[in-house]
Design a protein around this ligand. Sequence first.
Ligand code: NAD
Length: 265
Amino acid sequence: MSFSAALNTRRVLVTGSTSGIGLGIATMFAKSGCEIILSGMGKQDEIDALCSTLAGLNGDSTKVRHVPDADLSTALGCEALMHQAGPVDVLVNNAGMQHVSPLEDFSTEMWDRVIGLNLSSCFHTTRLALPHMRAQGWGRIINIASVHGTIASPYKAAYVAAKHGLVGLTKVTALETSDCPNITANAINPGWVLTPLVQHQVEARAEANSSSFDEEKDKLLSEKQPCTEFTTPEQLGDLAVFLASDSARNIRGASLHVDGGWTVQ
Ligand code: NAD
């Protein structure tokens, strides 16, 4: 039996799934036959096209929907999302943003926004998802943290603080659900993945250094990842599907690095 075979009755909410890693994760759950709730920003016609593509993968257009834009950097936005999503079996906390600036110049508004979206939103969605998971005795919480959940880089104060916090929140969630044989919480810690979030960082470097996008992309990888290849969103999606499987039910509170060797140096 494949890892995903028993998942086709599950309802999966992936935050920030209109692009990048979230979309890769939603895609792999759709391939496993799961009901998918997409959330995230984007143009309506593009989101409609994503929903059709995913429905083609899980084979049922009634099993894919998008929850209209909710700003997850606020508690109210998270509450609106969870209300519209209804009970979920698998919660993937993926929505995130980056802001790069030296500490002295870091805008306080950006600090609040990055912490709100990358950390506090995961607290809000988790606290709202857990009652249903406990009532049915089954649930999976998968937090998309980062290598920056365990190590730091300069100029990313809010992001690094939020991701370290998310790794801590994952551990607490795992401990508090340890009395439930079938509810688990884990984090996935990616290194570089070429998504719009990283695309913007490479473009900014190319502009600052008067060099080309490809040159900066190669430098970015070789500075940090011994294996100088980007991880793909679909590879992370496969890992998330495995974490949702019965085989993974004793993996609890872990932070699984998928980072081409970045953090073992
Ligand atoms: P992305 O920019 O491609 O996607 C971000 C998603 O979040 C989009 O769907 C966007 O609409 C949504 N979003 C942004 N702001 C939002 C808000 N205020 N409210 C609701 N939704 C919002 O980014 P990505 O690279 O796919 O990143 C996804 C996650 O993976 C993030 O948590 C990020 O920190 C983490 N991550 C990314 C990398 C990487 O190299 N790309 C590495 C490690 C961790």
